[in-house]
Design a protein around this ligand. Sequence first.
Ligand code: HEC
Ligand code: HEC
Length: 272
Amino acid sequence: MRKALLVAAAGALVLAVLAGVAYVYVTTRDAVQVRATGRSGLALTKARASRDRGEYLYQTAARCAACHARDLGGDFVLRSELVGTLWGPNLTRGNPSVGATYGTADFERAIRRGLRPDGMRLLMMPSLDYAAMSDDDVASIIAYIRAAPAIERPVPPFRLGVVGRLMLLTGRLSFDSDRIPDTIPPGADPSGGLYPARIAGCLRCHGATGPAPLPASVDRGTFATVLDTGRDRNGRAISDHAVPSRPWRDADVDVLFHCFQSAVRSGSPAGC
Ligand code: HEC
Ligand code: HEC
């Protein structure tokens, strides 16, 4: 009798889990397919583009390389059976669906608004951090991407596992395009300490609602080493920090250092 009850309970549990998984799959099936109608892309005809600045932003200060690879040929952003497989696309001319066909306005919209030309939203592309990037900086990144040698690399198919779908349902995996307020004018370039911290995504993790704590107070030299090596003051790798292929520039380190010091002093990232 007890055994029968146990079997029945186990059966009910399995059914409940299956129903839960089915629910998650059904409710997220269409979520990835939604098309947004954000503003169209901008041609940036008045912007001053510098390939050198673009390279620095791509490789270091805007951390594009962390997801699209140092050679711009694309890399895994998610690679897990349970969470899913997502590829930071190849941006070079070697990719027929991006580099070979995207115009400036298409790149601009993808970077600052998180949307493909057809209106599909880009998953995990951190456009919220780039929404207020200056016209000159976006144009510089685009010029750098355009000039990069073509790379051809096989692309693993996009797949979301059950955990990835749960994260999508609970907002832990999201489309930045849904969160970019129309009130951020393109090319807003907020002056002061926030700009480098925002486009580098520091505030995404260390900000008021971010998952990372405000780091301990360190001297400027250590701070610069942390940024350039991706290791903390004790030499331990910080898995959330990308290791840039080009060193951070002094002017940006100064601004970020000042921003973090005042945030640590006031105990609030808003002090940045
Ligand atoms: C945290 C990882 C991450 C970072 C950092 C990142 N991207 Fe992306 N990006 C992605 C992913 C993932 C996609 C594809 C999303 C999808 O397919 O839904 C994407 C898509 C794009 C696209 C659209 C490609 C297409 O298939 O239409 C462009 C262009 C792009 N990124 C450029 C950049 C640039 C330039 C930077 C730096 C300023 C950057 N990205 C930083 C992850 C990232
Ligand atoms: C993807 C999330 C993420 C981003 C983006 C990020 N950090 Fe961090 N950072 C972390 C985590 C996690 C730690 C480790 C926190 C801990 O355990 O003390 C850390 C640690 C640090 C430390 C402390 C090192 C030490 O010795 O204690 C500093 C300084 C720091 N980050 C600065 C920055 C700056 C500046 C930026 C932007 C350029 C940045 N971080 C971007 C997640 C992030």
